[in-house]
Design a protein around this ligand. Structure first.
Ligand code: AMP
Length: 446
């Protein structure tokens, strides 16, 4: 008996958390292509992959990225992890908002510097920041990044390394087919330059800071450099009139910057010096950079960012280990590639085609299901991509599914199973041929 009054109310559905996304199978091939290309390019430059945990002690980011940065002061997913046993202590943990601090922690923890070799490490993985979600800005996003780090004797401090990393990025973006990238380059100086610049900034900010937003007023006191990367619209006029780091670089930093630029010139990699590019993380010294694009990203036009961090290892209690690295926003890279592909399709009038499976096997009756699965197994082992229908489907339904999914269809009846002669229909030509089982794979590949 059914009684509509007693029917339980449908349960509310559960959605992906704000700022997170599912990547469905029609999207992941592009992600995989991007990652495969990045891996191939990185390995040509001698990089090896490192995989670090997605959560770390909160302290790592507080010390590494900096307490006063937007990331640490308001965007981290942090929790107190309860002790589960008397032997454990409660710990403050954080989902990683970026990976450089974790990679440098691993470098110190595994004493990679003791090899005396330059370490070239890359990673691909999700990062987490509680930002206001919008196109190109998510709370879980992916970064493809790399770090070059080592003891001073390994040459890690050389401007050649900065230029090599930048040249590699230019090659990677070219190989991926990103057309309109622009490299913005700056030097934020070494620790001494930064200290002198900080004094000058504080002085310049003192008479004007009261006219700025509360965040910038606080930064002007605690970490004036951070005022420079503020996005606060109303404060831009004041920020533009502040002193420029370029005027505070010492000889050493200036010489380093000149050498980076000379090596880029020699390689023919174009760049634009942007004196306001200080980047939102405290660990940067000397070279900082961003690659921006004009297609697909709107206001979130920074595709990747990075820089040199000669003091980070020591900030984390490790040995002196100069380094340079970058992180590409993979979500933004994909958005750019998709926007380019759409623009190309619109210009050529040809819609992009989806990749199809080699063949769809339609068993004619459920008695043929086991034989269909056996044939699919054999063809898959021969390297073909195969979908199997179901013997309960009417033939029209099988054709409907097959036409969307695959280039060929095989109708598998009792006769075909007995004689080993199969009928293959090709959708693009409408052609139908009978072939022997032993040449079937070649026919389907053709
Ligand atoms: P950062 O670690 O802040 O230097 O960021 C490096 C790159 O990661 C940026 O240039 C962006 O492409 C990307 N990125 C940073 N934050 C986000 C986010 N919330 N969503 C998507 N991509 C991001």
């Amino acid at each position: 008996m059914t009684d509509s009054k007693n029917k339980p109310a449908p349960r509310p559905t559960i959605k992906a958390v704000r700022g997170t996304r599912d990547l469905l199978p029609d999207q992941t091939p592009l992600w995989n292509r991007v990652e495969a290309t990045a891996r191939a390019v990185f390995s040509r430059y001698g990089f090896g992959e490192i995989r670090t945990p997605v959560f770390e002690a909160t302290e790592l980011f507080a010390r590494g990225v900096g307490e006063e940065t937007d990331i640490v002061s308001k965007e981290m997913f942090t929790w107190e992890d309860r002790a589960r046993a008397a032997s454990e202590k409660a710990q403050n943990l954080t989902l990683r908002p970026e990976s450089t601090a974790g990679v440098v922690r691993a470098y110190i923890e595994h004493k990679l510097g003791e090899t005396g070799q330059l370490q070239k490490l890359y990673y691909i993985g999700p990062q987490f920041r509680r930002e206001r979600p919008q196109r190109g800005r998510y709370r879980q996003f992916w970064q493809i990044g790399a770090e070059v780090i080592g003891p001073q004797t390994s040459g890690a401090e050389s401007p050649l390394r900065d230029a090599e990393v930048l040249e590699m990025l230019a090659s990677l973006l070219d190989e991926l087919g990103i057309r309109d990238w622009k490299l913005e380059l700056n030097s934020v100086g070494n620790a001494e330059d930064r200290a002198r610049f900080n004094v000058a900034l504080r002085e310049a900010l003192a008479p004007v800071k009261d006219r700025m937003c509360p965040d910038n007023q606080r930064r002007a006191e605690t970490n004036p450099l951070r005022v420079l990367d503020s996005k606060e619209e109303a404060d831009q006029e004041i920020i533009n009139a502040l002193p420029k780091i370029a005027d505070y670089l010492g000889d050493e930093s200036r010489e380093h910057f000149e050498q980076v630029k000379a090596a880029l010139d020699a390689c023919g990699v174009p760049y634009h010096v942007n004196p306001r590019l200080v980047r939102g993380l405290d660990y940067y010294t000397r070279t900082t950079f961003e690659f921006t694009v004009t297609t697909g990203l709107g206001t979130q036009n920074a595709l990747l960012g990075g820089g040199r961090y000669d003091g980070l290892s020591e900030m984390l209690g490790g040995p002196k280990a100069p380094g340079i690295g970058f992180a590409i926003g993979e979500d933004r890279l994909i958005l750019t590639l998709q926007a380019q592909a759409e623009a190309d399709a619109a210009a050529s009038g040809i819609a992009p085609t989806e990749p199809k499976l080699d063949v769809y096997i339609a068993p004619l009756g459920i008695a043929q299901n086991p034989a269909a699965l056996k044939l699919a197994r054999e063809l898959r082992r021969e390297g073909l991509s195969v979908e199997v229908g179901d013997g309960s489907f009417k033939i029209g339904k099988s054709f409907g599914f097959a036409d969307k999914l695959a280039r060929h269809i095989i109708l598998l009846g009792e006769d075909e199973v007995v004689t080993n002669v199969l009928t293959v229909k090709t959708f693009s030509t409408g052609e139908q041929v009978k072939v022997n089982r032993d040449v079937l794979a070649d026919t389907l590949r053709g």
